[in-house]
Design a protein around this ligand. Structure first.
Ligand SMILES: [Zn+2]
Ligand SMILES: [Zn+2]
Length: 346
């Protein structure tokens, strides 16, 4: 099969012909119909992810059709249309047994712990636990775009942030994660304040339902600006970018008993921001992480897509070919443009 392969971290990935994958006992092989390009792929390529063994095929936001099924798989057949969350649980460990596959102790992550979906085919382990059926009326590109940023934002807003109608919600950073969070929070009736450095992204945030925006490049204090807009601060705040500045702003703009959800990845020098613990205790704040979403929670998200409450297709930017994927991946550290690039030609 054709696949995007990198042999060394930071060295240009190339299209290569590699052996077709075979399914594990509990796994399937999926013919990839769409796969999103994500900043996490760029981090992986740069060597920021210790799970990756070289040579490597990236890609973790995928949808496609099952091409082969392992011997122990019960729920799936060749030809089924499926997608998968970027963190797949083993289905057997204590976390999985308690329903928390997103923090599985032996998690399988296509494109990180194994070869990913920048290829014609991808092998996915633990299929019965993690595959999600893609409804007939949902196209593969949109389905692929759910697996990482959108699902993680859904969990951040709905399950971890416990956002309710009428709440004030701040979203720091209006990239793929932030825009998804804005759409989801707006859909459940919250008042969303969007924060970013560029007017273009803030305009898109307003289109997706943000009731107010703060341009961090034009404001002396983002925290004061959010407090001014909301009275005493927000109920729930999301750092969707993953940076010490946005993370600390997100904690500081909370009202008493507010909840901060860290969604943007904190890597390298940014991994340990100076959290204002004095404020956390004085205001009884909650600091939460959000890391993917269990396959069984997709139902609620897919129902909201079906009924038109959520429109993840609005976040799709360019549709590109697999041949364009190496270049797209190498450019993912730049913040230009709105919308996710999705590979739809293989
Ligand atoms: Zn991703
Ligand atoms: Zn597990």
């Amino acid at each position: 099969m054709k696949a995007v392969v990198f042999e060394q971290f930071g060295q240009a990935p190339r299209i290569q012909t590699v052996p077709d994958p075979t399914p594990s006992e509990e796994g399937v092989v999926v013919k990839v119909e769409a796969t999103g390009v994500c900043r996490s792929d760029w981090h992986g390529w740069m060597g920021h992810d210790r799970d990756i063994v070289l040579p490597h095929v990236p890609g973790h936001e995928l949808a496609g059709t099952i091409a082969a099924v392992g011997r122990q798989v019960k729920r799936w057949r060749v030809g089924d249309r499926v997608t998968v969350p970027f963190v797949a649980g083993c289905g057997h460990c204590p976390q999985c047994s308690s329903g928390n596959h997103q923090v599985c102790e032996q998690q399988f992550q296509p494109g990180f712990t194994a070869w990913g979906s920048f290829a014609e085919y991808v092998a996915l382990d633990f299929a019965d636990t993690n595959l999600v059926e893609v409804p007939e009326n949902l196209d593969f590109a949109t389905a692929a775009s759910l697996g990482c940023r959108f699902a993680t934002s859904f969990r951040a807003i709905v399950d971890q942030g416990r956002v309710q109608a009428g709440d004030w919600v701040a979203v720091h950073g209006c990239g793929g994660v932030g825009l998804s969070a804005i759409m989801i929070a707006n859909a459940i009736g919250a008042n969303v304040v969007a924060i970013d450095l560029t007017e273009e992204k803030l305009a898109f945030a307003r289109e997706l339902g943000a009731v107010a925006t703060v341009n961090a490049s034009e404001t002396k204090s983002v925290v004061s600006a959010v407090r001014e807009l909301t009275g005493e601060g927000v109920h729930v705040s999301i750092d969707a970018l993953g940076h010490p500045t946005t993370s600390v702003n997100s904690i500081r703009n909370l009202r008493r008993r507010g909840r901060h959800v860290q969604v943007g990845l904190m890597l390298g020098d940014h991994a340990r921001p100076p959290i204002p613990m004095d404020r956390v205790i004085a205001y009884e704040l909650e600091i939460l992480g959000s890391h993917g979403m269990q396959a069984y929670r997709y139902k609620a998200m897919l129902d909201m897509i079906e009924t038109g409450k959520l429109s993840p297709e609005k976040l799709i930017g360019k549709r590109i070919g697999l041949d364009d994927a190496p270049e797209a991946l190498m450019q993912m550290d730049r913040f230009d443009g709105v919308g996710i690039s999705v590979v739809t030609r293989f």
